[in-house]
Design a protein around this ligand. Structure first.
Ligand code: PMP
Length: 462
């Protein structure tokens, strides 16, 4: 149906080029225009309410309204609406926020560098690692290993770290010197008869073989999300990161934790690094840092990395990197207020209470469903994966587009959902969600799944 002239939908179709959107199909389908938010819900132009089951893009941890964050932004805009951090300039919001992040870090960290997005934070980490190795006299140690199905962003270096085909092949990526190790997804990647322990040992051995093959003197760093998010909500088996880190230590390879999704309570600890016993040298975070009310991200480095960077200033020249809006005072002030709110409401304690309602609810209600292969997740992040055959664990023919179909059906049941690569559907609601709202979300999801089941039978797909 053609939207009315001058409607938001018509003006969107005429003017907006959307990220991650089929541009041709959008000309026909048009946008879903969201006009306001309240708690875990957003509302469209017709006034329909939707529970945001992925907190937008895994990010709106405090939901879609918060007066304290509004006031923090206003106050800072009146006081000092902009100043930068180049050539030693500074301001209180950035100083406060850096101090708060260092205090809360999962391992001792030394300094914080601010950026505006997760992609920028990861690109910055890559450049810091290259500069660090130049500074300490090992310029050949530059290769970086990430993982197949990892997601680290879309800028040129971070998209190269991302391990998903559609982020690479259409853009002639990855750039040189970026490699991808195996995915810790036991359900799909384990060999027949392999225990979880044998599986993680094999992954660590394969990583070590890759480092040795490349030459340890050429391998600088390993990037990992605690739980792989956009690649499928893949939770590593117990012991995985311990074994991986032992390999990294043996070959003096820096470990970077990408906490862009897992940071700030998502997994039921303040950091995903704590849930999975990770001791990163560098940590990147974004999204929930400001509850996404304004864009801001951060890179934390430990003292060893900082000392190398500082040596670089003397030996090589100043670290020639930074963004106009690195540590912008308004998002920084909002992030400071966000972290205060997390402490005051004991957000991590809340996730520990309500996370299990979601995890147990998903498993109890949907494990036995004929379309469901695996249900996975920790804390307030999870996924349901659909299979065409529970025995072989095969997914559906991609042409069936099972995830996007379910997303569309779920919209009619008052849910905004997100399909994942590999026939999954994600659950990562605002962390403030109550047990009651979790049950409402799962009831609605159940009804959408029933509709999908009927639709697939009608089309003789199942
Ligand atoms: N890292 C991870 C783990 C992410 O999930 C994302 C975004 N989903 C990014 C990096 C990139 O963040 P941004 O979209 O803010 O650039």
């Amino acid at each position: 149906m053609t939207p009315p002239r001058n409607s938001n939908a018509a003006r969107d179709i005429a003017n907006v080029l959307h990220p991650y959107t089929d541009a041709r199909a959008h000309q026909k389908n048009g946008p879903l225009v969201i006009t306001r938010g309240e708690g875990v819900r957003v509302f469209d132009e017709q006034g329909n309410a939707y529970i945001e089951t992925v907190a937008g893009l895994w990010c709106a941890s405090l939901g879609f309204d918060n007066e304290r964050l509004v006031q923090a932004a206003l106050k800072q805009m009146r006081q000092l609406p902009f100043y930068h951090a180049f050539t030693g300039r500074s301001h209180e919001p950035a100083i406060d926020l850096a101090e708060m992040l260092i205090e809360r870090a999962p391992v001792p960290m030394s300094k914080v560098f601010f950026c505006n997005s997760g992609s920028e934070a990861n690109d910055t980490a890559v450049k810091m690692i290259w500069y660090f190795n130049n500074a300490i006299g090992r310029p050949e140690k530059k290769k970086i290993i990430a993982r197949i199905k990892g997601y680290h962003g879309v800028t040129v270096a971070s998209a190269s770290l991302t391990g998903l085909p559609y982020n690479h092949k259409l853009f002639d990526l990855p750039i040189q010197g970026i490699l991808h190790a195996g995915t810790p997804h036991y359900y799909h990647c384990a060999l027949p008869g392999e225990s979880e322990d044998q599986f993680t040992t094999r992954l660590a051995n394969e990583l070590e073989e890759m480092i040795v093959r490349e030459g340890p003197e050429t391998v600088a760093a390993f990037f990992a999300e605690p739980i792989m998010g956009a690649g499928g909500v893949i939770v590593p088996p117990a012991g995985y990161f311990e074994k991986i880190q032992a390999v990294l230590r043996r070959h003096d390879v820096l470990f970077v934790a990408d906490e862009v999704i897992c940071g700030f309570g998502r997994t039921g600890s303040y950091w995903g690094s704590q849930t999975f016993n990770m001791q990163p040298d560098i940590l990147t975070c974004a999204k929930a840092l400001s509850s996404s009310f304004l864009p801001i991200s951060a890179v934390m480095v430990n003292d060893r990395v900082f000392q190398g960077l500082a040596d670089g200033s003397a030996g090589l020249g100043t670290f020639g990197h930074g963004y106009t809006y690195s540590g912008h005072p308004v998002p920084a002030a909002v992030a400071v207020e966000t972290l205060k709110i997390y402490d005051e409401m004991d957000l991590v304690g809340h996730v520990r209470k309500v996370g299990p309602v979601m995890q147990e609810g998903l498993r109890r209600r949907f494990s036995d469903h004929p379309l469901v292969g695996e249900i996975r997740g920790v804390g307030m992040i999870g996924a349901v994966e659909f299979v065409s055959n529970k025995e072989t664990r095969a997914n559906f023919d991609p042409a069936v587009k099972i995830g996007p179909r379910l997303v569309k059906i779920a919209e009619g049941h008052g849910l905004i959902m997100r399909a994942l690569p590999g026939d999954g559907i994600a659950f990562s609601p605002p962390l403030i969600i109550t047990a009651e709202e979790v049950n409402d979300m799962l009831d609605r999801f159940g009804r959408a799944l029933d509709d999908l089941t009927v639709q697939l039978r009608r089309e003789s797909i199942t």
